[in-house]
Design a protein around this ligand. Structure first.
Ligand SMILES: Nc1ncnc2c1ncn2[C@@H]1O[C@H](COP(=O)(O)OP(=O)(O)OP(=O)(O)O)[C@@H](O)[C@H]1O
Ligand SMILES: [Mg+2]
Length: 256
C-alpha cells in the first residue's frame, strides 16, 4: 500500500542543513496500522508528510498502491490526496465555516456535484456521531468534537489510507479513547491503512500492529505490537514509560 525507498528529507543547505530524515526504507501493507514513535524532533511528522507529499523528498521514491508519487504535479497530487486522508493535532479547521462546510471543503475539489458533496459530508458527520453539530462553527465545538469534524473531513473522500499526526494528544483520556475506537473501527470495517504519529505507547499498544521508532531522523526499532520485543534503548524506554514515571525511570542517553 505504502512503499518508501531510500526516502530522505533535508531542510536547508550547507552548515544550517537539518537532516530530518536519513534515507529510509519502509513498507506498509493494506489494512495495517503502523505507529511512528519518537521524541520531539525525531522526524515523525516529516515522515508522515512525505507519504502524501505535503513534503517533497530530497531523495528516494514514495509509492502508493504501486504508483510512484515522487514527481507528480499539483493536479495529480490532488487526486492522490483524495485517497490519502490526514488529520492533525491542531485539527486545522476553517473557523469561518460550519462543521458541515468544513467537511464539504475536502470534497469540493473532487469534481462531485453539489448535492453529492452535501450528502456525503452529512454521512461523514453521522459516521463520527456529530449529525447534531453540522451547523456549529469550530469555536462552538469542544476539542474532541473538533477532532471528529477533522476526521469526518478526512474520511469523506473514502480514502484507503489515513495519516494521523498526534490526533489525540490534545484530548482528555475519555475523548482520546473514543477517537481511538473510531479509528480502530475504520480498520476493522473498511480495512483502512492507518499511519499514526504518537508519543504515547498506550495509543500504539491499543491500535497498532507495528511500531516504528525514530531517533534523529533514523529508524532505530521496528516492533511487532502483538508480541512487543523492543530492541533499542529508545523502544524499551517507551515501554517503560507505559508503567508510569518514577524518580528511578532512566532517560535514554542524549548523545549530542
Ligand atoms: N519546514 C521545516 N524547515 C526546517 N526544518 C524543519 C522543518 N520541518 C521540520 N524541520 C526539522 O526537522 C526535524 C524533524 O521535525 P519533525 O517535525 O518531523 O519532528 P517530530 O518527530 O514530528 O517532532 P514532534 O514530536 O515535536 O512533533 C526537526 O529538527 C525540525 O526542526
Ligand atoms: Mg511532529
Amino acid at each position: 500500500m505504502i512503499v518508501l525507498e531510500q526516502v530522505s528529507k533535508t531542510f536547508g543547505a550547507g552548515t544550517g542543513a537539518v537532516h530530518a530524515l536519513h534515507p529510509t526504507d519502509l513498507r506498509i501493507d493494506a489494512g495495517e496500522v503502523v505507529g511512528l514513535l519518537g521524541f520531539s524532533g525525531a522526524g515523525k511528522s516529516t515522515l508522515l508528510r512525505l507519504i502524501n507529499r505535503l513534503e517533497a523528498p530530497s531523495g528516494g521514491r514514495v509509492l502508493l498502491q504501486g504508483q510512484d508519487i515522487t514527481g507528480l504535479g499539483d493536479a495529480d497530487l490532488r487526486q492522490v490526496r483524495q485517497r490519502v486522508g490526514m488529520i492533525f493535532q491542531q485539527f486545522n479547521l476553517l473557523s469561518s465555516r460550519t462543521a458541515l462546510q468544513n467537511v464539504m471543503f475536502g470534497l469540493e475539489v473532487s469534481g462531485r456535484s453539489g448535492d453529492e458533496v452535501r450528502s456525503r459530508a452529512l454521512q461523514a458527520l453521522a459516521d463520527v456521531g456529530l449529525s447534531d453539530k453540522a451547523e456549529a462553527y469550530p469555536a462552538q465545538l469542544s476539542g474532541g468534537q473538533k477532532q471528529r469534524v477533522a476526521i469526518a473531513r478526512a474520511l469523506a473522500t473514502e480514502p484507503s489510507i489515513l495519516l494521523c499526526d498526534e490526533a489525540t494528544s490534545a484530548l482528555d483520556p475519555h475523548t482520546a479513547l473514543s477517537i481511538l475506537r473510531l479509528l480502530k473501527s475504520l480498520k476493522e470495517r473498511r480495512g483502512m491503512t492507518l499511519v499514526i504519529v504518537t508519543h504515547d505507547i498506550k495509543v500504539a499498544s491499543y491500535l497498532c500492529d507495528r511500531a516504528i521508532v525514530l531517533e534523529k531522523g533514523r529508524v532505530v526499532d521496528r516492533i511487532d505490537m502483538r508480541a512487543p520485543q523492543p530492541a533499542s534503548l529508545l523502544g524499551k524506554f517507551f515501554f517503560e514509560t507505559a508503567k508510569g514515571w518514577t524518580d528511578q525511570t532512566v532517560l535514554p542517553q542524549e548523545d549530542a
